[in-house]
Design a protein. Structure first.
Length: 221
């Protein structure tokens, strides 16, 4: 079972998400929280696999709560941001704080369940095209310095690993990377895991951000 904490300041939203996830059969909601402070305490108490996190909440918002959770002792807990997609800066700020992906509040129930499973597995970047587009727009004005590669550690990657990182930044899954490079899915996954270890990155969402910030990938204007 995948254990989940649902965080939202609206009780009806929390109940709806709880019902959707509980009906999946392989997800157990182990708690709820109505603001960021409650979320941080609940994670410490329950160590859930995934936190479904709203962004705009009173007292402590979802971005600050995500930063505290991801920097805390529950290193295995992944944060899935629940948002409306309109606020690009909020979404990317949450990714920078440590969130592993996002899903829209207007998503279909199956999409929300799939999002939780995907974040839990760490297999693919959620809503890859949308997330990549958000990152592109957010870092569009960022001009990397000549030594940005060294700052981000990309000089530690092999040629093949940089090639794989480019494909991750394009939103490709391990299966798609394997097909394109004519390698096994296991080998593709091994490359991605080694890249994350070398660059001290926790998941694929942050590999995308790093690829743009370092200048490895240029934002589309």
């Amino acid at each position: 079972m995948i254990t989940v904490l649902v965080v939202d300041d609206q009780p009806l939203v929390r109940q709806a998400v709880r019902d959707i996830l509980t009906d999946s059969g392989d997800i157990e909601v182990v708690g709820e929280a109505s603001d960021g402070h409650e979320a941080v305490r609940a994670v410490a108490a329950t160590s859930p696999d995934v936190v479904v996190m709203d962004i705009r909440m009173p007292h402590l918002d979802g971005i600050a709560a995500t930063a505290q959770i991801c920097a805390g002792p529950a290193a295995g807990t992944k944060v899935l941001v629940l948002t409306t997609f309109e606020d690009d800066e909020y979404v990317v700020a949450a990714l920078r704080a440590g969130a592993s992906g996002f899903v829209g509040k207007g998503a279909e129930p199956d999409d929300i369940v799939r999002a939780v499973r995907t974040v839990h597995l760490g297999e693919a970047l959620l809503s890859s095209a949308a997330t990549t587009a958000l990152v592109r727009r957010f870092v569009q004005q960022h001009v990397p310095r000549d030594d940005a590669w060294q700052d981000h550690g990309l000089d530690r990657l092999t040629g093949r690993e940089r090639e794989v990182l480019l494909l991750v930044a394009a939103g490709q899954t391990n299966q798609e990377i394997a097909t394109g490079l004519v390698i096994s899915t296991h080998t593709a996954k091994t490359h991605v895991n080694r890249i994350m270890t070398k660059l001290h990155v926790r998941d694929r969402a942050h590999l995308v951000i790093l690829a743009y910030e370092s200048g490895l990938v240029a934002p589309q204007r």
